[in-house]
Design a protein around this ligand. Structure first.
Ligand SMILES: [Zn+2]
Length: 237
């Protein structure tokens, strides 16, 4: 089993906001990284995940994948420095139509935070600890688009990510994790080779590449609860 962790914001300020579960404090995040590093976990990038799924076999050491949705400014400011100290890699998913903007989404929800600008994203994209990838363009549930518009939404985001040196335009996180059969097909048509949902499960070796599950890291839970479960599971194999 391959735990793919899903984070949003690393920081403070949302404690009293309905989106509090989507924010993990820097101290809690550091404690999670410490615990995983001490237990010998290696972090995967997209290519390493694809290789494991291709081989159908887990490596001998425990592995984990870190993903961050929405490309908030605190990703570069806080999350990346902590991950680098631990030698961990992560993928950040940017909605290309919402760069350098408040991330109140078209339907009015979202975290009251700011996303990175294209320049900020470009400056981290060449760091080998970071992969910048696609979170579609408009941050609208993809099922709401008619077919042609759906393909355009996916290809626009792909070409914008492709234009950032060092970024990986073949990996997608569905906005809200929302996917159905039609969206999955169009995602493949648009050229994505891996796509992530918010189905809160550990990724299995037999998982479909375009409906990968991720474990939601809830900032309101005790910070080590989830990672201790992962460490225990790794010990038991
Ligand atoms: Zn999102």
């Amino acid at each position: 089993m391959i735990p793919i962790l899903m984070y949003h914001s690393i920081g403070t300020g949302l404690e009293d906001h309905p989106t509090a579960p989507y924010q993990v404090t820097a101290d809690a995040f550091e404690a999670q990284c410490d615990a995983l590093a001490s237990a010998g976990f290696r972090s995967l990038d997209a290519a390493a995940l694809a290789d494991i799924l291709d081989a159908g076999e887990l490596p001998s050491e425990p592995v984990v994948m870190f993903t961050f949705d929405d490309a908030y400014t605190d990703y570069a400011e806080t999350a990346v420095p902590i991950m680098k100290q631990h030698g961990f890699h992560s993928i950040v998913f940017a909605a290309t139509g919402h760069l350098n903007a408040s991330t109140t989404w078209p339907n009015g929800d979202g975290l009251p935070l700011h996303s990175m600008s294209r320049d900020e994203i470009a400056s981290i994209a060449e760091d080998h600890h970071v992969t910048v990838a696609s979170h579609a363009h408009s941050h609208i549930r993809l099922g709401e688009f008619e077919d042609d518009a759906l393909l355009a939404e996916l290809t626009t985001a792909r070409s914008e990510i492709e234009a950032i040196p060092g970024a990986d335009s073949t990996v997608l996180a569905y906005p809200y994790g929302w996917v159905d059969k039609r969206v999955r097909h169009r995602t493949i048509d648009a050229g994505y080779t891996l796509a992530m949902t918010t189905r809160n499960e550990t990724c299995r070796l037999i998982e479909d590449r375009w409906t990968l599950p991720r474990l939601i890291v809830d900032g309101t839970q005790p910070p080590l609860e989830l990672v201790e479960q992962l460490i225990e599971a790794a010990d038991q194999r």
